[in-house]
Structure formats: structure tokens, C-alpha cells
Ligand binder design. Structure first.
Ligand code: VG1
Ligand code: CO
Length: 543
């Protein structure tokens, strides 16, 4: 075994987006592409002697190759220890959990999350810091700067290790230990939730369907829901991770999880349905013939948090991303705790969680989590719901409609225009920005604009500023239209339009969502000229 220094030249565009660096698999397959990025991460970290690195991915195509390369590079960089998930598998929340539990310096997650996989799909890589969370922007920016000037990387010529076999081995001076991907995570879940109550629920005939979407959460859900909680075999469907996710889009929303939606819409539907995404950090919650918006899910969990053992002492605060509906704000107000509004992306929650300012966090994009780790956590949210259902004896629909009665309903929808021409999307945003100054006070047909701006965030802990995080147009009645461009896509640009309307009156709580939001969709078109700029009369995906 020996370490070689390989000369290389920079690849353009290795700047991490909302959540790591995501590109087509073919881009990552270029000689030196992954190596350059990984070496840039290591160079940014400096000396890693005595330090531990955690490594794992969602099992998508190219995962196994990338794991071996990174192990050889971590050894060349002088890490004392690397903990790698068996088969190269670790969900994003499990990486966060393992980093924290084992006091690691950080971790590398190989995933493009909800993006499609397979040889023609996407691959991704993300660095997480010692608190278990995604690297903040000053770190990702330093990594990016390094990728622009990199001239060589270092790698061991050691043979591939057997990542299927649990236990320690050695590459150069580095101890590489293959760990059970589920064990540490499952132990943490057992401490947070009332497993006895959930076991009794299943023993009493309660039925559930969990859709693993052939992605990483299948093995976790099988071990915990069927194994520890005693749900009948077959409760978890599409449970085996596949390199191409079975050809599906591992993005748990009513459009992509069509099989689960159909199961939950049947007359003999189970009591509870849920799904997770490629890397296991998202969750979709369904009742019988009833879907829960992620924004409502956060609010319901917050309102009932003390029913779960891990949150018995109450919440310190709630944090949500700016486009997420303001349903959680009302709960925070009722609880007398602060509610923080952050830019999109989990990296912005880390400081609030570390500082003990927030306990629960959520995003409208099917992401929910808490201070138990520093990532959003799909299965955690599902177990939290199971805990509430078990303790209250109520149905999903009952919990949500009672919530609306008490707090009012925030109708909410996101309209995505995927893979539009980048230039056109940028111009749409630029022309909106120019209009902002004149929008305030304008009457847009039953709606008067109270605030129009491009969201800026100053982190209350370290003062870091993130600007241009989404254009929001807020009406005097509290309704909102938000526009932003996706930072995770790999084809052209994706325009996201977020619509929200608050309805306090229970007599109007049963409207079809798109109907309730139709006037706001018209306003979005009117102010942004979406059809003109994108050539699209309708969104690609509506959730
Ligand atoms: C999307 C979501 C955002 C989420 C991010 C990563 O980002 O909107 O809320 O944090 O994906 O989720 P964007 O920039 O495309 O809107 V995951 O589960 O793909 O890592
Ligand atoms: Co994800």
C-alpha cells in the first residue's frame, strides 16, 4: 500500500447548492471529478490526524464506487478512523446521528436525495460538520473556492475493502470500520418515542403502509416498524434499496408516491400511510383518504409534542423555512415560544438547534426534524405521528381537522415549473425584483399587497447573512405568494411558486386546496408573467 499524489485541474461549477453538490452521474464519473471535490473538502478541514469521519450514502447508482474512492482518500489524508455504513449505506439522518454519537469530526453523505437515480440520473455529495448537520455556507463556500484552484489530490492505492462485512479493517494508517447502518439510529428513536404504546396500537389491529420507494429508508423502516414495533410483515412496501429506485422519482409527494396514494384512497385503506425519500430525510404523512401537508404536519406535531417522551419537557422554539406555511407560527404563539423563519435548506437550522433556541424545525418540502440530530428526519416524523395516534386514539384526519378548528387552516400549495430554460428563469426573477418597490399598496383584485421583498436572513446566533432567498409578496389578509429558484436541480432551472391563504372560519375548511388558492395562483401569474417567461401554461408538479 502506498499513497500517491495525483495532478489535477479544476472542474467548473463545483459549488454546493441547497444541499450539497448534485450533478448527473456522468459528470461524477469523469476522472478526478469526485476526487477534486473530496480533496477540496479535506483541504478545507486541514489536519485530520486523530479524527473520525463518517461515510455513507443512499445506495443509488455510483454509491459503491464513490465509497471506495473516498475511503482511499480519507486514508491518504490521515484520518484516524472512518465509520462506513454496511454496503455503503447510511441514510442522511443516520449519518447525523452517528457523527454525534461517535464524536466524529464530520461526515460525507453520498446522495442526490429526492432526485432520480440510475446511470442516467443524478448523484450527489454533501459534507456534514461535527454537530451532525450540513456544513453552513461559510464552509461550503470555502470548499467551492478550493475546487477552483485545486492542483492535486492524494489517494491510497489500497484494494477495495469489503463494505458488506461488519467490523474493522485498515487502509494505510486509517482504521475503517463497517457499521450496522440502523443500530445507532434505532436506539435513538427508542429513547424519543413511546414504543410500548405504538406496539399496543399495532397489536390492536391498527394498520399502516410505509412506502420505502426503493430508497434508503426501507431497511430502517423494516427494522423499526416491523421489527421493533411489531407491525405485520408487508407493512413496509418497496423496502429494498435499488440503484435506480425502481425507475421512480424517490420524492415522497402525492404525485410521485402514486402507489401509496392509491392504497390510502381505497375503501379498505390502512389507518396510516407514510413515505420517505431517496436519502430518508423527508416524510409524507397520510390518513385514510386524507393527506397532510408538511406545513400542517409540523404544526400538529408541535401542538402535541409533549405526548412523546423525548419532548415531555416542552419546546424551546420552532423554526421553519420562509416558504413553509405559517401554521406553525400560530402554535408557537399559543405555546408562548419563538418561531424563527429561515432560508430554504436544513443548514440554516443548525445554529438555532445548537443554541437551544429551537426544538422542532420544518420545511414545506416534506421535511421535519428536531434537535435530536441536525438533519431533517423522515422516519422520526413517522414515529412521532404513530406516537400521537397511539396516545390520543384519534385518526390522522381527526387530529388535523381539530387542529384547524383550534388554530385556523393555512391552505397551502407549491407549484413547480421544472427544467425551464435557465436564462428565462433568471430573467423572470430579475424582472420581479425590479417590480418589488412598486408592488406595496397595489390592489391585485381582492388582495392588497402589504409587503413585497426579496427575503434576507441574518442568523441570530452568528450574524451570518444570507440574501436573495426568495421573493415574497404578502397580502394585507396574510395570504402569500413566494417565488424562488431551486438549488437542487440538475437540468435547467426549476421555478417554485408557493401559495398560502389563511382561513380562520371552520365553515370554509373543507374547500379543495387548488380552488381555495386559485385567486393567488392568478396573482402569481399576473405579477411574474410565468407563462410568458417559461412558455408553460401549467406547473409540472403541484403539491
Ligand atoms: C429542495 C427543498 C428544500 C430542501 C432541499 C433538500 O431545495 O425545497 O426545502 O431542503 O430540497 O432536500 P430546492 O433548492 O430545490 O428548493 V433533500 O431531501 O433533496 O436533500
Ligand atoms: Co432528502
Amino acid at each position: 500500500m502506498s499513497i500517491t499524489t495525483v495532478n489535477t485541474t479544476p472542474f467548473p461549477g463545483q459549488r454546493p447548492g441547497t444541499s450539497g453538490l448534485r450533478k448527473k452521474v456522468a459528470v461524477f464519473q469523469q476522472a478526478g471529478y469526485l476526487e477534486n471535490f473530496v480533496q477540496s473538502v479535506f483541504d478545507t478541514l486541514g489536519d485530520c490526524g486523530g479524527k473520525t469521519l463518517v461515510l455513507g450514502g443512499d445506495g443509488r447508482f455510483h454509491n459503491r464506487v464513490a465509497v471506495q474512492t473516498i475511503l482511499r482518500m480519507a486514508a491518504a489524508h490521515g484520518f484516524a478512523r472512518v465509520l462506513v455504513g454496511q454496503g455503503g449505506i447510511l441514510s442522511t439522518p443516520a449519518v447525523s446521528c452517528v457523527i454525534r454519537k461517535h464524536g466524529a469530526l464530520g461526515g460525507i453523505v453520498l446522495s442526490a436525495s429526492h432526485n432520480p437515480g440510475g446511470p442516467d440520473g443524478d448523484f450527489g455529495i454533501k459534507y456534514n460538520i461535527a454537530n451532525g448537520g450540513p456544513a453552513p455556507e461559510n464552509v461550503t463556500e470555502a470548499i467551492f473556492q478550493r475546487t477552483e484552484t485545486i492542483a492535486h489530490y492524494r489517494i491510497s492505492d489500497a484494494a477495495d475493502i469489503d463494505v458488506n462485512r461488519l467490523g474493522p479493517t485498515r487502509i494505510e494508517q486509517t482504521e475503517v470500520t463497517v457499521i450496522d447502518p440502523v443500530a445507532d439510529y434505532a436506539a435513538l428513536m427508542e429513547r424519543l418515542f413511546d414504543f410500548d404504546a405504538i406496539r399496543q396500537l399495532f397489536a390492536g389491529g391498527f394498520r399502516m403502509c410505509f412506502d420505502g420507494m426503493h430508497a434508503v429508508s426501507g431497511p430502517y423502516a423494516k427494522a423499526i416498524i416491523e421489527g421493533q414495533l411489531g407491525a405485520p410483515a408487508g407493512t413496509v412496501i418497496n423496502a429494498v434499496p435499488l440503484e435506480d429506485f425502481g425507475g421512480h422519482h424517490p420524492d415522497p409527494n402525492p404525485v410521485n408516491a402514486a402507489q401509496l396514494i392509491e392504497i390510502m384512497a381505497a375503501d379498505n385503506a390502512p389507518d396510516f400511510g407514510a413515505a420517505s425519500d431517496g436519502d430518508g430525510d423527508r416524510n409524507m404523512i397520510l390518513g385514510r383518504k386524507f393527506d397532510v401537508t408538511p406545513s400542517d404536519s409540523l404544526a400538529v406535531l408541535a401542538a402535541h409534542a409533549t405526548l412523546a417522551p423525548g419532548y415531555r419537557a416542552g419546546l424551546k422554539g420552532i423554526a421553519r423555512s420562509m416558504p413553509t406555511s405559517r401554521a406553525a407560527d400560530r402554535v408557537a404563539e399559543a405555546l408562548g415560544i419563538p418561531c424563527f423563519e429561515t432560508p430554504t435548506g436544513w443548514k440554516f437550522f443548525g445554529n438555532l438547534l445548537d443554541a437551544g433556541m429551537a426544538t422542532l424545525c420544518g420545511e414545506e418540502s416534506y421535511g421535519t426534524g428536531s434537535d435530536h440530530i441536525r438533519e431533517k428526519d423522515g422516519l422520526w416524523a413517522v414515529l412521532f405521528w404513530l406516537n400521537l395516534l397511539a396516545v390520543t386514539g384519534k385518526s390522522v384526519e381527526q387530529l388535523v381537522s381539530e387542529h384547524w378548528k383550534r388554530f385556523g387552516r393555512n391552505y397551502y400549495s407549491r407549484h413547480d415549473y421544472e427544467a425551464v430554460e435557465t436564462e428565462a428563469a433568471n430573467e423572470l426573477m430579475a424582472s420581479l425584483r425590479i417590480k418589488l418597490a412598486t408592488l406595496k399598496g397595489q390592489d391585485l383584485g381582492h388582495h392588497v399587497v402589504a409587503l413585497a421583498d426579496d427575503f434576507d436572513y441574518t442568523d441570530p446566533v452568528d450574524g451570518a447573512v444570507a440574501s436573495r432567498q426568495g421573493i415574497r409578496i404578502v397580502m394585507t389578509n396574510g395570504s402569500r405568494v413566494v417565488f424562488r429558484l431551486s438549488g437542487t436541480g440538475t437540468e435547467g432551472a426549476t421555478l417554485r411558486v408557493y401559495l398560502e391563504r389563511y382561513e380562520p372560519d371552520p365553515a370554509f375548511h373543507q374547500l379543495p386546496t387548488q380552488q381555495a388558492l386559485y385567486p393567488l395562483a392568478l396573482i402569481a401569474e399576473q405579477v411574474a408573467g410565468i407563462a410568458d417567461w417559461t412558455g408553460r401554461a401549467h406547473p409540472t408538479v403541484t403539491t
